[in-house]
Design a protein around this ligand. Structure first.
Ligand code: SAM
Length: 217
């Protein structure tokens, strides 16, 4: 069964072609679209959908290709997305592309420096996808920590393509209590970290009591 509905898939295929052509002819990195590769986008989509994420933050919208994959997952879960980029023209394209795919509803696109924007976001978020400049991700992660749901899912692209730039983010994730993580070698390398809600002490972070095991009565 395909991951996307036919009309969304057609939209994605068009954007993939346009993005590849655009980036091949655009010498300035800032103006490139740098879209997520299909296998990584599919994995992000599946992870968000399979784990029923409902409040997602994307850092690095570009023209909205990954945003479309995320929104397609959130359409299934009834969730909402906030996505941030500092390039106004890209954000406007993202809005048009989401609209063309029928996926604009439920998406809040915010213009500005991601760290400054994140500072002002109330959250809470149950998933964050980091796909911006990489070096500012540790600062954003620190700001986001109090605004993450107990079982937060953190996704970050480029961990195999830009190991030096993501090193501080990966080290910050390693230090976070309760998070288990892995690197999936799809696209440019997707880091996936998940906070297990058990073992976090108080309140809603406590693991639910286990049912008695068979024969233990
Ligand atoms: C790799 S592209 C994102 C690609 C997009 N996620 C996709 O797959 O279609 C990175 C984007 O992050 C934006 N960006 C980089 N650093 C940023 C920052 N500090 N604050 C906000 N946006 C940033 C860039 O303008 C660029 O559009």
């Amino acid at each position: 069964m395909p991951l996307l509905e036919p009309e969304v898939l057609r939209c994605v295929e068009r954007l993939e072609r346009e993005g590849a052509d655009h980036d091949a002819g655009e010498p300035e990195r800032r103006l490139k679209r740098l879209n997520l590769e299909r296998p990584a986008a599919e994995l992000v989509h599946l992870l968000l959908r399979a784990t029923r994420r409902r409040r997602v933050l994307e850092i690095g919208t570009s023209n909205g290709l990954s945003t479309i994959w995320i929104q397609a997952a959130l359409r299934a879960t009834g969730g909402a997305l906030t996505s941030v980029d500092r390039e106004d023209a890209k954000l406007q394209e993202a809005r048009q592309n989401l609209r063309a795919c029928g996926l604009l509803e439920g998406a809040t696109l915010l213009l500005g420096d991601a760290t400054e924007i994140v500072r002002g976001l109330a959250g809470p978020f149950d998933a964050v996808f980091f796909d911006a400049d990489r070096v500012s991700a540790p600062a954003q992660l620190e700001l986001l920590l109090p605004r993450l749901e107990p079982d937060a899912l953190l996704l970050s692209d480029n961990v195999l393509s830009h190991p030096a730039e993501v090193a501080a983010y990966l080290a910050a994730c390693e230090r976070l209590p309760g998070f288990a993580s892995t690197v999936v070698p799809v696209g440019k390398g997707l880091h996936v970290a998940h906070r297990r809600s058990e073992g976090h002490g108080a309140g809603s972070l406590r693991a639910a009591p286990r049912p008695p095991s068979p024969g233990s009565a």
